[in-house]
Design a binder for this molecule. Structure first.
Ligand code: GAL
Length: 445
């Protein structure tokens, strides 16, 4: 695509995202985190808190990691960086909103105005490549990878996801898993239930829970990505990893009978969620599981960080986990990465931060708090609990699948439209309309 065209596309996207953000911000929701810019969290004593544009700090770190379940890992990483580099002033310029709902719109405006943060959170895959690399907004990091000895420290498939035409454009800090269901162990025990591994078993378990007066599946789709995430996992379970990839590559149509079947399964699953799903965010819905009002939740394992660190629940005592039905042996990959935007003044300092987040020490400081596993292949497993070590092992052996909801499988423009289509589907339940919208969004790419 020509650059001019790309910017017109991006502008449209910014406007769409801003409209979605505005829609979301007016809704009341129990326990919702504050929508603030420049929030630094409790441990951020050494950070500057100016927030917003025109940062005076040497290093402005932009992400959407604010509030419960999100910020602890980042704050620990920044604290570590400050210990090692007390002379560099850091601003934590995080913008609240799960999966970057608001942050991505703010970032797009800044990038368009040639006011990039020193470094920013971006998912490996299309979100990085189609939004920023294609627009010539990122610096290649090949020399940096060589200097830091990173070339063989990440799985090759992951390096490919952050590369374009032989150039590497970002450093992965973690791997989150998307195809996991967390569940309240006492609720399962009280009802004599075992974790389901097929869709059929899932529906059976859900029926029993419903009969017992428990919400089977917690959902908080005030931000639509949480529902998109369920659908992508159903697609993975129904199609298998190769055809799931083929779907995003445009080789399988949305009227393929297995995709239709997946949409029907999605509709059935949505029949088991809490009534107030549209007014909750992901943390609010995860709370339903911790309180035992709901039994299960499909959430990326940032929810593991939330359960363990914020809600002080014990893994394999208070909450358990299992692979999303029919996806055992597969791994829905979500990788948060940071790169070097073109035109930043303090390149050396950005690289110093990237070196830390790409190091064993940095990854082993960040990931146990975040709920993710290290992206590096040589991290120290003794830092991770049973969920972490299990996931590290699964990741090594599983077939990997890129997440749509978290920016890897398709462009940001496509994802925005997919989220809208899913959001309409959640209320209307019209499978044909959902699949048509997903297909026609593709032809507009
Ligand atoms: C994802 C991101 C995770 C986590 C989650 C919820 O997109 O990769 O690190 O922050 O959103 O906000």
């Amino acid at each position: 695509m020509k650059k001019g065209m790309l910017w017109i596309g991006l502008l449209g996207l910014i406007m769409m995202m801003a409209a979605c953000g505005a829609e979301n911000s007016g809704t009341e929701s129990g326990g919702e985190e504050e929508q603030e810019t420049g929030e630094t969290g409790e441990s951020g004593g050494s950070q500057e808190a100016s927030g917003g544009n025109g940062s005076e700090a040497d290093l402005e770190i932009f992400s959407w990691w604010t509030g419960a379940g999100e910020e602890a890992g980042l704050n620990a990483l920044i604290d570590l960086f400050q210990e090692e580099h007390p002379d560099i002033t850091v601003e934590n310029a995080a913008v609240a909103g799960g999966a970057g709902t608001n942050a991505k719109a703010v970032l797009a405006t800044r990038m368009q105005g040639n006011d990039p943060p020193s470094t920013f959170q971006v998912h490996a895959g299309e979100e990085l490549n189609q939004s920023w690399v294609a627009a010539d907004k990122m610096e290649p990091l090949n020399d940096f990878y060589e200097e830091e000895g990173l070339m063989d420290k990440f799985p090759g498939e992951l390096i490919d996801m952050v590369s374009q035409d032989g150039n590497i454009y970002s450093v992965p800090v973690n791997i989150h898993r998307g195809n996991v269901i967390f569940y309240n162990m006492s609720v399962f025990e009280e009802n004599g239930l075992e974790p389901p591994s097929t869709f059929e078993e899932f529906m059976e378990v859900a029926d029993e829970l419903q009969a017992a007066g428990v919400t089977p599946l917690a959902l908080g789709d005030k931000e639509a990505w949480t529902a998109t995430q369920i659908f992508e996992n159903i697609l993975l379970g129904t199609l298998g990893p190769e055809d799931y990839q083929a779907l995003w590559d445009g080789e399988i149509a949305f009227d393929d009978e297995r995709v239709v079947e997946a949409a029907e399964t999605f509709k059935q699953m949505l029949g088991y969620v809490n009534e107030d799903h549209a007014s909750r965010n992901w943390q609010d819905s995860a709370q339903l599981v911790s309180e035992g009002e709901a039994a299960m939740i499909n959430m990326g394992d940032w929810a593991k960080g939330y359960f363990s660190n914020d809600l002080e629940m014990e893994v394999n005592e208070d909450f358990g986990y299992f692979a999303f039905p029919e996806t055992e042996g597969n791994f829905m990959v979500i990788s948060d990465t940071f790169g070097l935007p073109s035109g930043v003044e303090n390149e050396d300092q950005v690289k110093q931060f990237l070196a830390l987040l790409g190091s064993v020490e940095g990854q082993d400081t960040f990931n146990p708090l975040k709920g993710s596993i290290p992206a590096r292949v040589d991290a120290d497993e003794s830092n991770y609990d049973e969920y972490g070590t299990d996931t590290i092992e699964d990741f090594r052996e599983a077939s990997l699948a890129p997440s749509l909801a978290h920016g890897s499988a398709a462009s940001e423009g496509y994802l925005t439209k997919a989220n809208q289509a899913v959001n309409i589907f959640v209320t209307q339940g019209d499978t044909e309309r959902l699949l048509q919208s997903l297909e026609s969004a593709r032809s507009q790419e």
